[in-house]
Design a protein around this ligand. Structure first.
Ligand code: CA
Length: 527
């Protein structure tokens, strides 16, 4: 009798545990570096016809795609720190890429662990300090390499031969295999280096798009005539700053000085030296003939810009093809393990990117191409398949969302808002009507002036406070942000209202960083 009672008690406990696990879904967070929404088929745009991301598009068909998804600070490390903490850069302390993340602070993985989740982080971490709050982690040091990358683990540094996106996917799959029979819910951050500069595709895609002409953005030859002055003094132009050797893998000319030049990313150039002879032979066989044809053509002016754009975009999209295949492998594997019904799958990237828009590559600006982030969420049984959401959401909301999904309390000091009701199709009536943005890195690589600003669904006000210059865009009439309406008297009321809103957001988010204009002498150095 007593034994029977004990057995049935155990059964009840086990059933309760199973029910709890079922109540609390697993979270697979697939996160990339510099993948602009306009390079995802489901987001539309001029690249859509090239079908760059069939697997990510499939995720969008099964879940919710956020059209108005933004970051708070368009740069790699800071975006990741915002996601970890649910706090703005000026509060979590990781304001620019030179910072080191204070991992001792409160983060959502730590809170998920406390709530009974198993947590793992595999791939690109990019926060300098050692990951905290994870049962398991295996991360790239710094930016990591595309080919034969090193990984940092709890047991030290290891080098693994192969292509980074594929290796990170293999490691994630291996970790998932061990979760199939687990009784705990889990959260896995699978984070890729791709498609970050310098764009090195997987070997199997070195010839992809060879016979395709990539459509050009209509602002490829923008001269920033109507912008405030910072746009004319940056260093991120395909024309003037994208390097033929380091960024586009042309052979170095004779007398090449590898140390010359500003804003250079030499990581790809160095990574070529790290390839195995077999890898290098394949690489050279693919690029050699194309490089020879380029040298022979002796291009200049707009023809040269067009050629650079084509080479850049093909390599970028080839990297993305590798990412898309990773998404396909991971989602297929979840099904195979029977985990697909109770796992939320999220695709996102740390910010947007200029794909020749305004003549640029890179990110940083509050303009939409880089302020936007892709965000696609498939929550089986909860998100209506194939829905597009237009609410203003930001990476500051992710931590809160994960906590609410896990049934954990959201700490009062987090600054975003859980997207859970939005994902259920029930956006609260008091959802935010404006977004706060602040970029903190100048003078620095690419020379984008510091700025903060406010974006609503219709307008965007930007303050380049170091230079005391302003921009206002009417996104309804001018989605490409080409006409600065700041000085236009017919927008005076809009400017006044948005300045008030900016001041309110600055106060609400506790942003008391120094935003005074610099001296005329200081400004003259950069003009
Ligand atoms: Ca990035």
């Amino acid at each position: 009798m007593r034994i029977r009672f004990a057995l049935s008690a155990i059964c009840i406990v086990l059933a309760a545990a199973a029910a709890r696990a079922a109540d609390r879904p697993n979270i697979l967070f697939i996160f990339t570096d510099d993948h602009a929404p306009h390079a995802i088929g489901a987001y539309g745009g001029i690249l859509r016809e090239m079908n760059p991301t069939p697997n990510i598009d499939q995720l969008a068909r099964e879940g919710m795609l956020f059209v108005n998804s933004f970051c708070t600070n368009s740069i790699c490390g800071p975006s990741r720190a915002v996601i970890q903490t649910g706090k703005h850069s000026h509060i979590n302390g990781f304001m620019h890429n030179g910072n080191r993340f204070d991992g001792s602070q409160q983060t959502f993985p730590k809170l998920l662990r406390k709530a009974g989740y198993e947590t793992a982080m595999i791939g690109k971490w990019h926060l300098k300090s050692q990951p905290q709050g994870f049962d398991y982690w295996q991360v790239l040091p710094g930016q990591g390499d595309y080919y034969n990358p090193d990984f940092l683990t709890k047991n030290g540094r290891v080098r693994v031969n192969g292509y980074c996106t594929d290796l990170v996917t293999d490691m994630a799959i291996e970790w998932l295999d061990q979760r199939a029979a687990a009784d705990k819910p889990w959260m896995l951050m699978c984070q890729h280096k791709a498609p970050h500069r310098t764009w090195m595709p997987p070997m199997r895609h070195l010839g992809l798009y060879d016979d395709v002409e990539i459509p050009e953005p209509k602002t490829l030859f923008d001269r920033w005539e109507d912008n405030a002055s910072p746009a004319r003094h940056q260093e991120m132009e395909i024309d003037g700053h994208m390097n033929l050797v380091y960024d586009l893998f042309l052979d170095p000319p004779p007398n090449w000085d590898p140390n010359k030049g500003k804003s250079m990313d030499r990581s790809g150039f160095r990574n070529l030296m790290k390839m195995t002879p077999a890898q290098r032979a394949k690489w050279d066989a693919a690029y050699g003939p194309k490089n020879a044809a380029f040298r022979k053509a002796k291009l200049s002016g707009r023809d040269l810009i067009r050629w650079k754009y084509q080479r850049y975009m093909k390599d970028y999209l080839r990297c993305i093809k590798g990412v898309d295949e990773s998404v396909g492998r991971l989602t297929t594997h979840l099904k195979k393990l029977g985990l697909d019904k109770n796992t939320i799958v999220i695709y996102s990237s740390d910010q947007g990117f200029y794909l020749g828009d305004h003549g640029w590559y890179d990110k940083r600006w509050m303009y939409d191409e880089s302020m936007k982030m892709p965000l696609i969420v498939k929550w089986p049984g909860v998100t209506e398949p194939g829905t597009k959401n237009t609410d203003l959401v930001q990476n500051i909301d992710y931590a809160e969302t994960f906590l609410e999904i896990a049934g954990a309390a959201i700490p009062d000091d987090m600054q975003g808002r859980s997207l859970t009701p939005v994902l259920k199709g029930q956006t609260p009536p008091d959802w935010r009507k404006s977004l706060y943005y602040h970029y903190h890195e100048f003078p620095s690589v690419h020379m984008v002036a510091r700025h903060n600003g406010v974006r609503t669904d219709r307008f965007k006000l930007i303050h380049f406070y170091q230079f005391d210059e302003w921009e206002l865009y009417d996104l309804e009439k001018d989605p490409d942000e080409l006409k600065n309406e700041y000085g236009n008297p017919s927008y005076a009321a809009v400017v006044a209202e948005l300045k008030g809103e900016l001041a309110r957001l600055q106060k609400e988010t506790g942003d008391d960083t120094d935003m005074r204009a610099m001296s005329k002498e200081w400004r003259a150095k950069y003009r």
